[in-house]
Design a protein around this ligand. Structure first.
Ligand code: UDP
Ligand code: MG
Length: 336
């Protein structure tokens, strides 16, 4: 339980002035990653130190129930450049990233998974592109190691579908691993929608974007926190955030069914006129009535469900609840 985090935080770093603002911020969501978070920090800090500029690592504990909060506290105590936000419960990956970005102060902010699937050693390549003048540098999965055939196929299908049906250029095979310039981060922090599909939002804001291919490693330990149910929810968030197509499908389907019904009607009338005594069961039997009623009922329920998906999201927006609740922040100065 995250109750292991006690409020007696005795870190005595002086509050940071605007002068020692970090150049780079690395934001990583952490949910039950006790086996990996320390190793992640070690590799990330080593990589950042080699760059020779001030930096911060912002870990967001998304309501972990294992030992990760304790380990994160120790990491922060040992190195105040590692800052930690503890959520009051599990709010989800996308909101953990959001909180990290909201609190990051660097000129360039990198979002990366803490399970070491995204190697921190790729970050200097992202930075090099940023220095060339690109403001969003996303890392594209050229290769995925150690993931199931099912995960790779559904992910690939999802990225291609979303690229087809949205009017935003969301790059394919690209997760949340990316570098964003301060201007992009400011734009993102101004967008407070609840069902957040961050990789879509960071494409939507525009700016100069570039991709860097990388090899996505296998998870080093623990298991994926995205079971099928969560993956579907995530896919729905992505689609509903950036496309009305599912809603418009009702109209198109309606037209198609109406056209078929009209042809059918014409056929029935003609048949009646030509062969007044016909008893063809395909046209007049009970089965055909039942089939068409059930079919239409099914189609209507599906579209009601789709409308429900959008309506539920609108409801979440109008409630205007905070996106996340931080129960403890370690290492951030008062302004935040
Ligand atoms: N994560 C999180 N909250 C969640 C689920 C995941 O903060 O509710 C973090 C997790 O610790 C990891 C990252 O998000 O750093 C990606 O999750 P995961 O590796 O399980 O997803 P996958 O790589 O399998 O798609
Ligand atoms: Mg992972």
């Amino acid at each position: 339980m995250s109750a292991a985090v006690c409020p007696a935080d005795v870190v005595s770093e002086s509050s940071m002035s605007a002068l020692d603002r970090p150049r780079y911020s690395v934001v990583a969501p952490v949910y039950n990653e006790e086996a990996l978070v320390a190793e992640f920090c070690r590799r990330t800090v080593a990589m950042l130190e080699a760059l020779g500029e001030p930096f911060e690592v912002v870990l967001v504990n998304d309501g972990s129930r294992d030992r990760s909060p304790i380990i994160m506290r120790e990491l922060h105590d040992a190195d105040p450049r590692i800052k930690v936000l503890h959520f009051s419960k599990n709010f989800g990956h996308q909101l953990a990233i959001t909180a990290g970005i909201d609190h990051a102060r660097g000129d360039a902010v990198v979002v990366i998974d803490s399970d070491l699937q995204d190697p921190p050693e790729v970050i200097p390549e992202l930075i090099a592109k940023w220095q060339e003048g690109y403001q969003v540098v996303y890392a594209t999965r050229a290769e995925r190691v150690g993931e199931t055939w099912f995960k790779r196929t559904t992910a690939s299908l999802f990225y291609r579908t979303i690229a087809q049906i949205t009017n935003v250029d969301i790059p394919v095979d690209t997760g949340d691993f990316r570098l964003m310039d301060r201007k992009v981060v400011n734009a993102l922090t101004s967008m407070r929608e609840h069902h957040r599909f961050m990789r879509g939002l960071s494409a939507w804001v525009g700016f100069k974007q570039a991709g860097v291919p990388y090899k996505r490693d296998a998870r080093k330990a623990g298991e994926t926190k995205y079971p099928l149910r969560k993956m579907l929810r995530f896919a729905l968030d992505g689609i509903t955030s950036f496309s009305y197509l599912p809603l418009q499908l009702a109209t198109y389907t309606g037209f198609v069914i109406a056209a078929i019904a009209f042809l059918f009607l014409t056929a029935v009338v003609v048949l009646r006129l030509v062969m007044p005594n016909t008893q063809d069961p395909a046209f007049f039997g009970q089965a055909s009535t039942l089939v068409s009623v059930l079919f239409l009922g099914g189609v209507q329920l599906i579209f009601l469900g789709i409308i429900g998906e959008y309506l539920g999201r609108i409801y979440d927006e109008v409630k205007r609840r905070p996106l996340y609740i931080v129960s403890e922040a370690m290492g951030f100065d008062e302004q935040q």
